[in-house]
Design a protein around this ligand. Structure first.
Ligand code: 3H9
Length: 702
């Protein structure tokens, strides 16, 4: 970083312009808030200056407090002396001039100012809840006064980024100027216009009035998504304080509620997830000098559920995308499914009807590979069988432009074998989407040995361009996400053999924080898919642990929701899972025939049986050099499988228990259950050295 001050005061005639310069996003890092206070004092003391502007250099106004500083015991100025308080006390008006983002502490400082203007492309918000805290810089007290308690509750409990034009309607901004206007000039002119207005308008002097019922209504409405969390409730309590206490008392209450959160496990996990999502983009063994190819003409092969979802992802992010399928009928069915999915979003109110039309119009169905010959990236999403994939790649290689990247959405097959049938293996990689592909955020980029760095960097960037979080996986059966999850999938069925029922296991996992239980998820995805995979693995490995109960359901045609019955039964047209006595009988009969005495399980035992089995397997993956870091696994679990974000991820959660306890438990299950629980060498090493999972040093990427 340069020696330039992080905040400087410039003069535009009689207007003082205070500029924050703390790249990349102007977080309130060391010296920034103090710098604002200093420049403000100087400007107030300067008789030539009549009013001030507060703005940011670079791409944003201020993105909030420096998240790295939380939980470090850093000192903050006393209440009433912080930068937002001092801005509000200024003897001359200050105009916050917002571009990019004004988030968290950024918006809090802007609300301390007497006026706020923004370019139309700017976004404002108080996203603290997403990192397990609340807006502790007066945000919970000022926003309800500025925009009303109902709006404040919604914004603060969701953390939503509000576009400037909407923020103006809500009363948060005084003026919005076109996105390409000169913000500094406009802000200086605005400051000149308001320079002599007295008394100075201060947000703290406004009143926040609310019907007391809105707070309980909000608590009720968030109960499901805020399960097991404290921050959303403290946010509500703080806004309630804004409506019942004088301003300074409200600030004190906000502080108390903030302090309950800052060092809690919830906030630690969410901070870890925030930085983890950014860390997985870093590929430590690839050159940073290579830029991703800027693709323009994506194509998807296969119009099934996955292919359709992938095409929607491209369209949702502004790309025109072609989709091709083997038969006109399946192409038509695929397009109808895409349309129906969009229509559901419109019905739910999450997508405007005209926006749906625009997105749908970007998806172009075509019947032949010749029609995608000019594509620059192709994502194949055909039936998951090696011979089928190879045939498709051979044809694509022959027909599609020789510079195009060819990606496969396989969820487990050997990417090197697929690449080997092409004349351009260096341009082939896996891009494994998760179902539903237009919704789930994870893109697992699979790295076959022959892929060039440009190919891998392009695949990772492609994911980010279509709203995904891309993370790199090695070419191993099931890659990283599904392979690390596989023992969990087996263990949940083995628990049934020993005494559990699907609804009991599902309840434990929902209580833990998953949106759905794993058996209900299985029914949604289709049980036939897992059965195929098990057959393939058993053929390759005669010692593979079979799951007779799961196989039996598939034999009976119980494929899940699509057949009206799976682990649960379903009423026609309804997705609610109902426990099924027939399934219970199959399970109990199996236990009896296998000579197993069924027994009771505690919730903790169920949870640990499922998750510890995956911790062990994930470490084996790291030991083999098939993933970069434990955080990659954690981020994959958050965004591929719905692992509760406020628990950080598989390894973050396991670290809370402690590496030694995890090892001891696994070692004891190894004695009890045999080989499948054999602790891997890396686990043993970590336990012996007392190193946390987070600090584990995996083998170099292989
Ligand atoms: C707060 O304000 C509390 C207050 O109420 C006061 C309480 C007392 N801190 O995301 P990007 C880094 S809480 C530290 O890739 P984009 C980020 O890690 C805060 N670092 O860019 C990355 O580093 P690297 C409330 C931060 O353009 C680099 O900047 N505010 C922070 O895709 C680029 O970030 C928030 O929660 C930060 N606050 O997205 C906003 N922000 O290059 C959090 C970013 O080493 N930030 N970094 O990987 C964001 O949501 C996005 O960064 C933003 C830009 C939308 C601003």
């Amino acid at each position: 970083m340069s020696d330039a001050p992080v905040v400087r005061l410039e003069k535009d005639g009689d207007i003082g312009v205070i500029i924050v310069n703390y790249p990349p996003v102007n977080a309130l890092g060391p010296g920034v808030a103090d710098g604002i206070i200093d420049c403000l004092a100087k400007a107030n003391a300067d008789p030539q200056i009549k009013a001030m502007v507060l703005m940011g250099d670079g791409r944003s106004f201020i993105a909030g407090a420096d998240i790295r500083g939380f939980g470090t015991g850093r000192k903050r100025p006393p209440l009433g002396e912080r930068s937002h308080d001092q801005l509000e006390r200024s003897g001359k008006p200050v105009v916050a001039a917002i571009h990019g983002y004004a988030l968290g502490g950024g918006l809090e400082n802007a609300m301390g100012c007497q006026y706020r203007i923004a370019v139309a492309s700017a976004k404002v918000g108080l996203p603290e809840v997403l990192i397990g805290i609340l807006p502790g810089g007066g945000g919970t007290q000022r926003l309800p006064r500025l925009a009303g308690p109902q709006v404040a509750l919604e914004m603060i409990t969701s953390g939503r980024h509000v576009p400037a034009p909407e923020a103006q309607k809500l009363g948060i901004l005084d003026e919005v100027i076109p996105a390409d206007a000169n913000l500094r000039q406009a802000a200086v002119a605005y400051a000149r216009k308001v320079a002599d207005i007295r008394p100075l308008p201060r947000v703290r002097d406004k009143e926040a009035k609310a019907d007391p019922g809105i707070f309980d209504a909000m608590r009720k409405s968030i109960a499901r998504r805020a399960r097991n969390q404290k921050a959303p409730y403290n946010c509500i309590a703080a806004v309630e304080a804004a409506c019942t206490l004088p301003f300074d008392e409200g600030l004190k209450r906000e502080q108390e509620l903030f302090q309950e959160l800052e060092n809690a496990d919830e906030a630690k996990a969410l901070r870890y997830a925030f930085f983890g999502e950014r860390e997985v983009a870093k590929l430590p063994d690839l050159p940073t000098t290579i830029s991703p190819f800027d693709f323009k003409r994506p194509a998807v092969v296969g119009a099934g559920t996955m292919g359709g979802g992938i095409a929607m992802s491209f369209a949702d992010f502004g790309y025109d995308v072609k989709i091709v399928d083997a038969s006109p009928e399946s192409l038509a069915r695929g397009m109808a499914r895409i349309k129906a999915n969009y229509e559901t979003s419109v019905k739910r109110g999450s997508l405007a009807a005209d926006e749906m039309e625009r997105r749908f119009a970007r998806i172009h169905p075509v019947n032949t590979y010749e029609e995608i010959a000019d594509a620059d990236v192709v994502v194949e999403a055909v039936f998951e069988r090696m011979d089928v994939k190879k045939e498709v790649f051979k044809q694509l290689d022959a027909i599609v432009n020789k510079d195009a990247f060819l990606f496969s959405n396989t969820s487990a097959l050997d990417m090197e074998e697929i690449a080997s049938v092409t004349s351009r293996p260096e341009k082939v990689a896996g891009t494994h989407f998760f179902s539903p592909a237009n919704v789930m955020k994870l893109l697992e980029v699979v790295r076959p040995k022959g892929a060039s760095p440009e190919t891998l960097i392009t695949a990772m960037a492609m994911g980010r361009k279509i709203g995904k979080i891309s993370a790199m996986a090695g070419n191993t059966d099931g890659f990283v996400a599904n392979r690390s999850r596989a023992p969990f999938n087996s263990e949940m069925v083995i628990l049934l053999e020993e005494g559990c029922l699907p609804e009991q296991v599902d309840k434990v996992m929902i209580d833990f924080g998953y949106p759905m239980g794993p058996f209900a998820v299985g029914d949604l995805a289709g049980l036939d898919i897992g059965a195929e995979g098990r057959k393939r693995r058993l053929a390759a490995n005669p010692n593979y642990r079979t799951l007779p109960i799961a196989d039996k359901l598939v034999e009976m045609g119980r494929f899940g929701q699509k057949t009206g019955a799976g682990w649960y039964r379903y009423e026609k047209g309804d997705r609610t899972p109902h426990p099924d006595p027939e399934v219970r009988k199959i399970i109990e009969d199996y236990s009896a025939s296998a000579g197993i005495t069924r027994r009771a399980f505690t919730d903790q035992e169920i949870l640990r049986r499922l998750l510890f089995s995956s911790v062990n397997e994930a470490l084996r993956i790291l030991e083999e050099g098939k993933a970069y870091r434990t955080v990659d696994v954690d981020i994959m679990w958050l965004h591929g499988f719905g692992f509760p974000r406020y628990r950080g991820g598989l390894f973050f959660w396991a670290d809370q228990i402690g590496v030694r306890d995890v090892y001891n438990q696994i070692a004891s299950w190894h004695q009890q259950y045999g080989e499948r629980w054999a602790p891997c060498a890396l686990l043993r090493q970590l336990a012996e050295s007392g190193t946390s999972f987070r600090d584990a040093k995996p083998a170099p990427f292989a």
